[in-house]
Design a binder for this molecule. Sequence first.
Ligand SMILES: [Zn+2]
Length: 407
Amino acid sequence: MNLSSPATQKLYDQNPYGKTFEAQVLSCCEGEKSHKGQFDIILNQTLFFPEEGGQTPDLGLLIPLPSSPDLPAGASPQVHVLDVKIKSGVIHHFCDGPLAPGTPVRGSIDWERRYDNMQNHSGEHIFSGLVHSAFGYENVGFHLSERTCSMDYSGPLTREEIDRLETAANRIIFDNRVIDASYPSAEELAQLDYRSKKALSGPVRIVTIPDCDVCACCAPHVRRTGEVGLLKVLQIQSYKGGTRLMIACGMRALADFRRKQSVLEEVSHLLSSPQEEAAMALSKKLADLLALKDALHEASARLLASDLAVLDPSAANVCLFENGIDPIRLRQAVNQMSAAHSGYCAAFNGSDSDGYSYILSIADGDARILNEQLKERFSARGGGSAAMCQGSLRASRRDLEDFFSAL
Ligand SMILES: [Zn+2]
């Protein structure tokens, strides 16, 4: 990285709604480490917000202007900005192509992504300001990417408290209050009570939401709280003695609502129940299912007992086919068979389509010999001791019966 460049002028500071800008390439060198294969381009000024303060960077394009000295007339080999970092005040644009130093460029940021970040970041300030004034907790961790907006608060919050905070946050959004971002003088700053994640030096940018929040922040924000649209808490978890929340604002909240609405519509259709009663209908279905499972187990056990009763008592080798028997009961059955038959005793549990699990035993001999034969003949997987082996295989019942009767 070129560290000798002057600090990049942050156009997004004064103009968070700017979508395009013009600038000059100061330097371009090959990217290193995680940016290998990319080009590290430094401009004199930029609208690209870098990855900073827990927020992912802006993406977009840099397009050489027609007046560029190195370009043939009409050529526009634009480069994509794939990542943006800041180091010692210098903003590095990592791009998929090079641009010669001195080239005048037009930059264009992915506005939808940026505005989405602005809505969610402003929403985070509203919520964190409310948490701070109501409970005195700090936001000790913030992560904002295209998928997630999460905050870690330094103390516990109950579901009821979070519901009340969510309602209060949305009231502030509907109030459409002005959000101000400015750099107070050192004297003004000394008088100011503001939230900050770390000790700051140099000029400090303060973002103020009247009667809600005052916070040091480097990121672009929406002009008014109304632009946040809606703030919805999506997930709550206890985290390191505090609380981790995931929220969605603006179009993200709408997209989340749509996704959940479509799941609920499908579930309520499958259950033939009104949406409001879907949870109750599902819990009744699950209770019915458990009762059916119990009934099935009982019926299977009765079937197993009658299958055992009809085994030829004079046969040395015997085998059983069952379906849906629990393994403990199957093992008891094989023990029972071994007590009455001197040869190989096998129980197969399953079906031709799903495959079988099996248990083999022999009262006086080595069950592993038969197990090896099953491996060879049916690619069975399993093992065990001389007295008993277990495994699974895929085969038809008919083939298994033929194999067994040929023993
Ligand atoms: Zn912030």
